[in-house]
Design a protein around this ligand. Structure first.
Ligand code: WT7
Length: 634
């Protein structure tokens, strides 16, 4: 297999220039390194008005042929995944490419026996165990569209996603252990699907040996489903633009949307970016600590690394369980060479102190990645000095669920380091900064709206079941541009620094929520009339959620009322979306036209009540005084 990696910074600059001058020639050459059943007729056809983007049009392939079968000739016995359990006393497991191939084929055959066909949607709600990756790949093998839901979302959130995708099957496990906590996943699935008539099958992996209520005719155990299944499964022939998966993500409107990625472009782009950003070499051991329930796990645990024939670590647990040195113990154990985690994890480990690093040999590390939210200077320096011992490159990967792959980043050890700057656009990516009027900002060090001018192979194709929503959300703000929702700056050398969201999206520990989504959840509480939610800076989580809540009257027992709201949000979305602070108020600051003045609430949440600006246009300025007074007691 030919490596797609650029070898010098000059080569990056040359390749970048080529990719902009002639995208079709550039991507056509890269795409040729993959296995296609039928080659494409045309590399690129697009417009951002509908929008409609087609890459490698007319091509046919199966992504799993490229991620698995392709490696069997020379690398059948190479480890694809080392699996490290949540609890260090549980036995670790590993899969070679040959073993993974067999496991995927057997499970794919089991899916077929259950009547699953190309195009069917399958919801996957599982712990971070090898079977999660196997389930994902088995869907891709037979052309079923996977929709992985992070196993931390509640029954209601799971049900919403199943209903939206009209999924016919759920793949889950009895339960999961994450750190010291556990969750009964099958029970949550049972509760969710009481409102999901499309579900006719549930497959349950026996992860913890827990008893489960199995509904006859609907539910089956994973081990029973794969028993007697053959070890070969002919890959389904997919059109390059057939959907590969749906992944739900939050935006500034209430309901999460199903971002749709397709087979060919996603394959080419995730492999290309993985090999370039992580400069993966044959004997390297790569570890990304994300969960496969998020896009990072899809692109940089499952597809990108496997397409590249890489060896990865798959970790079930969390950074601090059962001790704060767990990450570093795993780095030492597997001699990890490339490590990718989130700023929130870095900050949390930084807070635990450097003594937890000391016992471990981290000298195998070459490249340290950070992803999911802006990294602050202090965390960057700690990562660089304490983890990397000033010997590793830091690559800050900026991208989104919608972009499918890394867009702006350092390029392995090739590009210069600049703390808190994500870096350069990868080849094929044409970012621009727009001002309020939608004009491109040319001068350096000016903040603007980050947009992308031309398509790249893994750009989202639609939002499931509602193409208009895709157009309005991403392609209507500025005509002819993909709108990211982020603000950014570019320095005199063309390096980008991501400032953060400019829309109503809150990023808590790298998890994305819409303010409206959380407000809807809070409003589901029977005592709540209305609410407003804002994000505010948090030393570990990046941002935290502050909720201003209006009930019929102020609660007598605030503690109980708060508890009740926490319960409601946990039920509607999941514990990950619970507000850190809740203030009960008699009203919200609104303009005369009834619009909530979030600017004011944000200031209050940030503790800057002295600089609220002009409040004279408010319907009831007295509300602000009430809120300021109360803010000292929250
Ligand atoms: C949003 C996308 C990227 C996969 C995981 C999150 C923020 C992401 C960075 C970064 C600054 C970042 C942006 C983006 N974000 N990476 N390196 N530096 N901000 O994917 O859930 O789709 O969220 O996360 O605000 O828009 P996501």
């Amino acid at each position: 297999m030919k490596s797609l990696a650029i070898k010098t910074f000059e080569e990056y600059q040359e390749r970048y220039a080529q990719s902009v001058a002639d995208p079709s020639a550039f991507w056509g050459e890269i795409a040729e390194t993959f296995q296609w059943e039928k080659s494409w007729d045309k590399v690129l056809e697009w417009n951002f008005q509908e929008p409609k983007v087609q890459w490698f049009k007319g091509g046919q392939l199966n992504i799993t042929t490229n991620a698995l079968d392709r490696h069997l000739e020379h690398n059948a016995n190479k480890i694809a995944f080392y699996w490290e359990p949540n609890d260090p006393s549980t036995e670790a497991r590993s899969y070679t490419y040959a073993q993974l191939h067999t496991a995927v084929c057997r499970f794919a055959n089991a899916l077929k026996v259950k009547g699953i066909k190309k195009g069917d949607r399958i919801c996957i709600y599982m712990p971070m165990i090898p079977e999660l990756a196997i389930a994902v790949l088995a869907c891709a093998r037979i052309g079923a569209v996977h929709s992985v839901v992070f196993a931390g979302f509640s029954a209601n959130a799971l049900a919403d996603r199943i209903v939206d995708a009209e999924a016919t099957m759920v793949i889950t496990s009895d339960g999961l252990n994450r750190g010291a906590k556990s969750m009964a996943l099958k029970e949550i699935v049972d509760e969710a699907i009481t409102t999901c008539p499309s579900i006719t099958n549930v497959i349950v992996y026996n992860c913890l040996g827990w008893e489960c209520n199995m509904v006859s005719g609907r539910d089956s155990w994973w081990h029973d489903a794969i028993a007697h299944q053959p070890e070969h499964c002919t890959p389904e022939l997919m059109d390059v633009e057939d959907p590969l998966f749906i992944l739900y993500t939050s935006g500034s409107t209430g309901k999460p949307k199903g971002v749709v990625h397709t087979c060919g472009g996603y394959m080419v782009y995730t492999a290309y970016t993985f090999q370039n950003v992580y400069q993966y070499e044959a004997d390297d051991i790569y570890w990304c600590t994300a969960d496969i329930g998020w896009i990072t796990g899809h692109s940089y645990i499952v597809y990108g690394p496997l397409l590249s024939g890489a060896t990865s670590v798959l970790f079930e647990g969390i950074p601090t369980y059962p001790y704060a040195g767990r990450f570093w113990q795993i780095v030492e154990k597997y001699k990890v060479t490339q490590f990718l985690t989130a700023p929130t994890a870095i900050r949390s480990l930084m807070a635990h102190g450097t003594e937890h690093l000391k016992p471990y040999d981290l000298s195998s590390l070459k490249i340290l990645g950070t992803v999911g939210e802006p990294i602050n200077e202090e965390a960057w320096q700690w990562y660089y000095k304490e983890v990397g011992k000033e010997q590793c490159a830091i690559v800050d990967n900026w991208w989104q669920t919608e972009t499918g792959g890394i867009m702006i980043s350092g390029i392995g050890t090739l590009s210069p380091l600049k703390p808190t700057f994500a870096g350069y656009p990868l080849p094929g990516i044409q970012p621009v900064l727009l001002n309020q009027e939608g004009r491109e900002i040319e001068e350096p060090n000016v903040e603007g709206y980050l947009c992308i001018k031309a398509p790249w192979p893994s750009i989202l194709r639609t939002t499931y079941g509602d193409h208009e929503r895709c157009r309005v959300t991403y392609f209507s703000h500025y005509d002819g541009y993909y709108f990211t929702g982020d603000g950014a700056k570019r320095d005199e050398n063309g390096m980008y620094r991501i400032i953060g969201r400019i829309d109503d999206v809150i990023n808590v520990s790298g998890h994305r929520f819409g303010t409206a989504e959380i407000e809807n959840a809070i409003n589901a509480n029977e005592h709540v009339i209305e609410s407003a939610v804002v994000g505010y800076p948090h030393p570990v989580k990046g941002q935290s959620i502050y909720a201003f809540v209006v009930g019929e009257e102020l609660p007598e027992d605030e503690l109980a009322a708060r508890h009740s709201i926490v319960e409601t949000v946990s039920k509607e979305i999941g514990k990950i979306a619970v507000p850190e602070k809740i203030m009960f108020v008699t009203g919200l600051p609104k303009t005369r036209s009834g619009k909530i003045m979030r600017r004011i609430l944000r200031k209050v949440a940030e503790g800057e009540t002295g600089s609220l600006g002009d409040t004279s246009t408010l319907l009831d300025p007295g509300i602000v005084d009430e809120i300021i007074l109360k803010s000292n007691t929250i």
